[in-house]
Write a protein that binds this ligand. Structure first.
Ligand code: NAD
Length: 426
């Protein structure tokens, strides 16, 4: 698999060429501003000390404090963390929020730790990086395998070290700890606003539009429910257990979720016209398809909402969807991007489609530093405006330069960062 930081830099270079980016600004943007590598000794339950390695990459803070999640995963590498911090810079600038790009990670399989070990590791990580974070410096958040509970421990440890309250030091906290209303489904909600705007551009009516969603976790399941409630036909969903189903009449995501909770394979629940997954009576049972089949279905909109590198040079040629809305981070490889572009498939890129999450994280930070708590209605109104404006700016940039939406988002974002950065260099 290609190096994520090299991929990120090839995206930067592509955008730089199109927008004729200032040479000095381009040079600055080829490196993170600061990278911390820390060793994290943790007393395990058996009394032994185990050392974990952690990172924090602060890519660029021209537009505001660094912002980005902390990932706990056995495959974390420094290059991955650097790339993710670059993409966070691009994501925040794409949706025009006043935050920079950052990312952190620890090389660990959190499933192998007890709750106590997890807490001690999280607190020790903060003891190693606390001087470089803070609501006015760098604001971490959850990412893969990190949770609101972990954010609450980290905030607590940080405040003990600095000796004063600073709830805005970290976002993705539980509501009682200063978390924001709406954060739980904000990524999907942002994606839904993108789908709605895209449908207008492509003349798609919800009731005639079919959607397949890969991944039925936080992002994918909320996306399925929100789109279903708007009248879209969710024809296929999948998860890592292989429970993959296809009903051309449309599945009811709440029913899918109910059945998933029982742990049974979903296929058993569809007996033709007595289908437990769909409101609509139909002749034969839903088809059981593989994850690979799902990506290649003849649908209007495909939503990858699981892992990175799902659409590659190998399967891009077989994709039949008219549009792809990337809720997952990095689901499409650069080679696949080129193939899909040739086929005329529109991709709403991750830096735009899943930016609802970081936008509500920014709202959380904003509420914390102002000592406010907004209602869900307020949060969603503000989110809608930001997402709709960003979608249309990216669309207009695509039209202006005759480029794909991903490159357009990079051009728009880097334009914003460059304007501020240039002033610091002259
Ligand atoms: P999650 O862990 O809640 O869900 C992931 C889902 O993907 C699960 O249903 C899992 O079973 C499924 N999955 C795993 N491997 C699969 C495979 N091979 N085929 C099909 N499905 C598979 O994670 P999430 O928070 O929903 O995140 C999903 C994606 O969205 C990630 O790329 C993440 O970086 C991105 N994202 C999430 C947020 C957020 O706020 N949750 C924000 C921005 C981006």
């Amino acid at each position: 698999m290609s190096n994520p930081f090299e991929n990120a830099m090839s995206q930067l270079n592509k955008a730089a060429k199109i927008m004729n980016l200032d040479k000095d600004v381009h040079e600055v943007l080829k490196q993170p501003e600061r990278v911390l590598t820390v060793s994290i000794p943790v007393k395990m339950d058996n009394g032994e000390i185990k050392i974990f390695t952690g990172y924090r990459s602060q890519y660029n803070n021209t537009l505001g404090p660094y912002k980005g999640g902390i990932r706990y995963h056995w495959n974390v590498t420094l290059d991955e963390v650097k790339a993710l911090s670059f993409w966070m810079m691009v994501k925040c600038a794409t949706v025009n929020i006043p935050m920079g790009g950052g990312k952190g990670g620890i090389i660990v399989n959190p499933k192998e730790l007890s709750i106590g070990e997890l807490e001690r590791m999280s607190r020790t990580y903060i003891q190693k990086i606390w001087r470089d974070i803070g609501s006015d410096k760098d604001v971490p958040a959850p990412d893969v395998y990190t949770t609101p509970q972990i954010m609450a421990w980290m905030r607590d440890e940080y405040e003990k070290l600095v000796g004063h309250a600073d709830p805005g030091v970290i976002t993705g906290k539980p509501i009682e700890q200063g978390g924001s209303e709406g954060r739980g489904f904000s990524t999907a909600q942002g994606g839904v606003y993108c789908v709605r705007e895209l449908a207008k551009k492509m003349n798609m009516k919800p009731e005639e539009t079919t959607v397949a969603i890969q991944g039925f976790g936080n992002a994918g399941s909320f996306m399925a429910k929100l789109l279903y409630n708007m009248g879209y036909k969710i024809v296929a969903v999948s998860d890592s257990q292989g429970g993959v189903f296809y009903d051309e009449h449309g599945l009811d995501p709440d029913k899918v979720e109910e059945i998933k909770k029982t742990g049974s394979p979903l296929a058993c629940y569809c007996l033709g016209n007595a289908c437990s997954l769909s409101e609509v009576p139909h002749e034969g049972p839903c088809k059981h398809i593989t994850n690979e089949d799902l990506l290649e279905l003849d649908v209007d909109i495909l939503v990858p909402a699981a892992l990175e590198n799902q659409i590659t040079a190998e399967n891009a040629g077989n994709i039949k969807a008219r549009a792809i809305v990337e809720l997952a981070n990095g689901p499409t490889t650069p080679e696949a991007d080129e193939i899909l572009k040739e086929k005329g498939i529109i991709i709403v890129p991750d830096v735009l489609a899943n930016a609802g999450g970081v936008t509500v994280s920014y709202f959380e930070w904003d509420q914390n530093v102002k000592g406010e708590h907004w209602t869900e209605v307020d949060v969603l109104q503000k989110l809608e405006k930001i997402m709709v404006d960003a979608f249309n700016e990216v669309w207009d940039t695509k039209e202006k330069y005759g480029i794909d939406m991903r490159t357009a988002a990079f051009v728009k974002a880097i334009e914003r960062v460059a304007q501020g950065l240039k002033k610091t260099l002259s």
